[in-house]
Ligand binder design. Structure first.
Ligand code: ZN
Length: 71
């Protein structure tokens, strides 16, 4: 199922200081100023790949992307 994905510009919102990837529908989606639009993807794995073009330390959100959440 396709979703719009974003990556958080900030790392302060999670205990391991990663840039977290979120779906557009996530409760924890960062505000407009604190997120980068990644694209419309069929899986969080694709969104993670895209996010790695911006940041080396990315992780999936535990709430909306549990299958990509590592830390
Ligand atoms: Zn999320």
């Amino acid at each position: 199922m396709f979703h719009h994905y974003y990556v958080n510009k900030l790392t302060s919102g999670n205990p391991n200081f990663n840039h977290e990837v979120h779906k557009s529908s996530c409760y924890y989606l960062p505000s407009e100023y604190n997120r980068i639009y990644l694209g419309y993807f069929n899986s969080c794995a694709e969104a993670m790949q895209r996010a790695k073009a911006y940041y080396s330390n990315v992780d999936g959100c535990a709430v909306c992307c549990p299958e990509c959440h590592r830390q």
